[in-house]
Write a protein that binds this ligand. Sequence first.
Ligand code: NAP
Ligand code: F7E
Length: 327
Amino acid sequence: MTRAFITGVTGQDGYYLSKLLLEKGYEVYGLVRGQNNPKIEFLKAELPEVKILTGDLMDTSSLIRALNASQPDEFYNLGAISFVAYSWENASLTADVTGKGVLNALEATRIYAGDDAAKVKFYQASSSEMFGKVQHVPQSESTLLWPRSPYGVAKVFGHYMTINYRESYGMHASSGVLFNHESPMRGPEFVTRKISMAVARIALGLQDKLVLGNIDAKRDWGFAGDYVEAMWRMLQQEEADDYVISTGETHPVREFLDVAFNHAGISDWEKYVVQDPEFYRPAEVDLLVGDATKAKEQLGWVPKVSFPELVRMMVDADLKRQRDAQN
Ligand code: NAP
Ligand code: F7E
């Protein structure tokens, strides 16, 4: 039985990746941080087969202990402070977790693997946020990185550390440069889920305003369930490498709003939406669109869920949640 160890198992991607690996017959171990973390109960209820280990990306010894306990063939490093807006307010913490946490994970893996550096295949969750002030459109593996947020800067550090450990020690360490991916499991702080939750509540008469920031920002949005498949494919390759994962389409937040409200039967949606500078960012990433040609050619990966299907899936899930909560 192949064994996988996942940090960030309580997050959106941790959920979909655990499901995928369990379906493939893996033994899955997940790292959960903090004392009495409330997400443990959710994880136990939704994915009872996942074996929970405690630890923190800021504590290398806890990672070594978790690797010794799980003896993994594959290590997926998904743990991070991942909310870009929060990273300006907590830049140092973001550097420690999202940046140095990657070094801690790589170093723990190197120590655990001993003489056989490639014993554990390592996946690093890099991000399109690293492209920031984009230097080329669309963005590919060779596009110059120009991060625009403390989160993006921390991800650049983790990205290059992953490459450095591959080149220095011969580790099978791959970095997936994933563009935005969403789902009904997306955290409520991110714009897509904030919208799908609000649309459901407005449609059911439970809310009458949705306060947002810059609705002209554009993103290349895919479905998280498709993207975790790409992570797995990267670790099945003979050679470790880096891959951009994206849909190749970009849409403004405004279009997400339009599809979401219309799906809930509301066409005059502008009257519900208010823009507030509180949600504007000190520096914006205006035009992200990825070129995933390499992933298509080398991994045979293509996204399956389209943009309107994704939006409708999220609105439907939140309508159901709201209705269930009312009954
Ligand atoms: P998410 O839902 O925010 O999940 C983040 C996970 O990291 C949570 O399980 C969280 O645990 C954990 N974590 C936070 N601090 C930690 C620490 N100090 N030690 C160990 N774990 C810690 O993020 P996601 O959307 O699933 O994304 C997964 C990864 O992909 C992240 O690294 C993210 O930066 C990256 N990424 C995401 C996207 C996207 O569009 N979703 C795109 C590119 C890259 P708690 O539950 O305890 O807080
Ligand atoms: O913002 C704009 C906001 O917070 C998307 C993370 O998974 O993807 C994610 O980062 C856009 C931005 O995601 C609101 O200004 C407008 O332009 O949903 P988001 P993100 O910053 O793109 C990348 C790839 C990651 O790696 C990250 O971990 O939407 N926007 N109004 C808003 N955003 C939020 N959150 N809230 C608003 O009210």
